[in-house]
Design a protein around this ligand. Sequence first.
Ligand SMILES: NC(=O)c1ccc[n+]([C@@H]2O[C@H](COP(=O)([O-])OP(=O)(O)OC[C@H]3O[C@@H](n4cnc5c(N)ncnc54)[C@H](OP(=O)(O)O)[C@@H]3O)[C@@H](O)[C@H]2O)c1
Length: 266
Amino acid sequence: MTINVILAGATGWAGSELARAMAKTPDLKLVAAVARKQAGRVLGDVLGEPSLTGRVYASAAEALAIPCDVFVEYTKPDSAKANILAALEHGAHVVVGTSGLTESDFAEIDVVARKYGRGVLACGNFALTVVLLQKFAEAAARLIPQWEIIDYASDAKIDAPSGTVRELAFRLSKVRAPEHTVPLDKTIGPPDIRGATVSGSQVHSIRLPGHVIGAEIIFGMPDQKLTIRHDAGSSARPYVDGALLAIRKVSTLLGVHRGLDAVLDL
Ligand SMILES: NC(=O)c1ccc[n+]([C@@H]2O[C@H](COP(=O)([O-])OP(=O)(O)OC[C@H]3O[C@@H](n4cnc5c(N)ncnc54)[C@H](OP(=O)(O)O)[C@@H]3O)[C@@H](O)[C@H]2O)c1
């Protein structure tokens, strides 16, 4: 059975790599794309992939006039929520790769998804190594009550923390709340010096040239510590296989699910 897909952000760094992979994937058909600058063109002409015959539309609302089974959101944080809600209202299941959505955004999206009987699979990072980082961190948090997270990305990344780190902090909040030997409000120094609290975890975002994207979690116990770290290189290749899996599996879900392991047997 072929799954018809609309890909929002198909001309971007992550979306174009996914679109090229879909061109070689017989069970997935890219029926339309969303991106403003190339609107009106055929996606295959833009990406040099003749088998991608779907057209590019300037908005999700216009693209969704084409029937689809799954809508993939890979644009920017400021357009993501409206695109996702529009897709659900058109009866599509949704895969979210875009970072920057908040817990309250997801809560709102969950209500709409359940109203329309559709699944939303949101993965701050589709890379298998990140799925493992999240699983290992959850296991560690069950045994070690103190941790902090460092979020690394390039100076050009406009949102902070990354979707990966936001998701990691959210998942750890389901395991337990981290402990602090000195309560945060008793710290002597500038108020933000201990980082920002994201879903209960202290997060420190670093935005510098030379970084691509990475996440590090440090667990501390008396006289011992454990560091789990993930770093990705500069290509969008690590995110393709996970995104393809998410597209194939999202219709088995109802409401919002976070992280690729919702459809992986780990
Ligand atoms: N989940 C993961 O594994 C993963 C991996 C990589 C990146 N990401 C996240 O995915 C998102 C996209 O990253 P990227 O590096 O691919 O960005 P990018 O290269 O800037 O691409 C953004 C794409 O979205 C389109 N777009 C942006 N704003 C739009 C709007 N208002 N309406 C319609 N189209 C719009 C852009 O085309 P126009 O500018 O022509 O409109 C372009 O096609 C970011 O949030 C990033 O953090 C997630």
